[in-house]
Design a protein around this ligand. Structure first.
Ligand code: ADP
Ligand code: MG
Length: 418
């Protein structure tokens, strides 16, 4: 049961520090759960507001909360934001100078640091572990927890050592958070973290305003140009698999009088920043990108997301299409699909370990059946995330213009590559 005085003080902090007048969804319940020392497992789509679920209890607790995060960019983003709010948050990683490092340690040990961001690779280092054992740690948050699961789409082996480390530091409540939890990934995370007892908070992954459509890839360039011209003046993202394809498609759009810029990890950071800003400021309508584009980008009025090439997994597809229509208005998700692309993706995996290859292949197979099946796209997508709908959505290509049936030969092509 929620203690009314705590409830009031949390609401005040939400307003005073973050500037929000209300909690979203389960945020408040999750925060109370954490403050009560109960393990929590939070599964919510991207943009739902998961960070607040550990930031606010960290601020409200004595001592320091450890936040385990996979990317320096993500850590830096949050640290900057917290500091701008006047909260002492810092990250600990190998980019720090000696002086910065000792400040982090000092602030942790004297209890003034509220949030300590760290990647699992740094957490497992002996010298870091030694000082954390001496510190007063309030709880541990594990962000992007799907990285723990070898069934997830961006598995990081060091993530699997987290439980041991936490036990070493002390008896601490844990909150794990992810936007990608198929039932399989979810179980894997819980088992690995020994959090079978955790309170689970899962919200629906249904994005009702998104229209899902898949077209065969024949003639894709012509179709792409026509599609974008029919959506003139609207913001959109076109995802391609390779840097080369990104450049080619951006060029193609430009010569067809569509204002587009490329974005991929091969461009220098200045160009990337410039192109991203041009998209956010609507100097261009379209950004053509690899999956390097999108994380942390919050443009609410993206009207279409096109997969020129098939993504590696349905998780990826869901994340990327999820960038359309974040304001709840129109959002069109179009994918051009060809089994040739799947075969190409499969070839990228040939140097991986057997486990990784099997996993990648399993994820691809799910993609193949999603693309091929003639049944409601939304039902398929949601059932992949463990949500069952008893009715067709009436708002996807298969519902609105049912055509072809299951193409078994694609699965055969893929099987023959094995
Ligand atoms: P997630 O990690 O679930 O993808 P974030 O934590 O990055 O989401 O939050 C997404 C956005 O929602 C951020 O801009 C954040 O400031 C905003 N947000 C979070 N909680 C609230 C709230 N209670 N009211 C309004 N905006 C919120
Ligand atoms: Mg997040």
């Amino acid at each position: 049961q929620l203690d009314p005085s705590v409830q009031v003080s949390l609401k005040e902090k939400l307003k005073d520090i973050f500037g929000f007048s209300q909690f979203r969804g389960d945020q408040e319940a999750i925060i109370h759960n954490i403050l009560a020392g109960i393990n929590s497992f939070v599964i919510m789509p991207t943009g739902a507001g998961k960070s607040l679920c550990y930031q606010l209890p960290a601020i409200s607790s004595e001592g320091t909360a450890i936040v385990i995060s996979p990317l320096i960019a993500l850590m830096k983003n949050q640290v900057d934001q917290m500091n701008a709010f006047g909260i002492n948050a810092q990250f600990l990683n190998s980019t720090l100078t000696k002086a910065e490092m000792s400040k982090v340690k000092k602030d942790t040990l004297n209890g003034t640091l509220k949030l300590l961001y760290i990647a699992p690779e740094s957490l497992t280092k002996e010298e870091n572990l030694d000082f954390l054992k001496k510190a007063n740690i309030s709880f541990v948050a594990i962000d992007e927890a799907h990285c723990i699961s070898e069934w997830g789409h961006d598995f990081r082996p060091e993530y699997r050592k987290i439980r041991g480390i936490i036990d070493n530091i002390g008896n601490l409540p844990v909150i794990a958070l992810t936007a990608t939890a198929t039932p399989k990934v979810q179980l894997d995370i819980q088992k690995n973290l020994q959090m079978e007892d955790a309170h689970i908070y899962k919200t629906s992954f249904n994005r009702k305003n998104l229209y899902y459509e898949i077209r065969p890839k024949a003639d894709a360039k012509k179709q792409l140009i026509r599609y974008i011209k029919n959506n003139k003046g609207k913001s959109g993202i076109v995802y391609c698999l390779s840097r080369k394809m990104v450049e080619e498609i951006a060029e193609l759009l430009n010569v067809n009088d569509i204002k587009a810029l490329p974005y991929h990890a091969g461009l220098d950071s200045q160009t990337r920043m410039h192109n991203q800003d041009a998209f956010l400021n609507e100097d261009v309508d379209v950004v053509v990108a690899t999956i390097a584009f999108g994380m942390g980008i919050d443009k609410p009025d993206v009207r279409f997301v096109i997969h020129y090439d098939a993504p590696k997994s349905l998780e990826g597809y869901y994340q990327e299409t999820g960038r359309a229509g974040r304001d709840g208005l129109e959002g069109n998700c179009l994918m051009f699909y060809s089994i040739d692309d799947i075969v190409k993706l499969e070839k990228f995996n040939k140097d991986k370990s057997v486990t990784e290859r099997d996993n990648a292949r399993h994820l691809l197979m799910e993609m193949v059946s999603y693309a091929n099946l003639g049944v409601c796209r939304r039902r398929q997508l949601l059932s992949y995330f463990g949500e069952y709908q008893d009715k067709d959505c009436g708002f996807c290509d298969n519902c609105m213009k049912p055509t072809e049936k299951f193409k078994a030969q694609d699965e055969i092509v893929l099987a023959l590559q094995a």
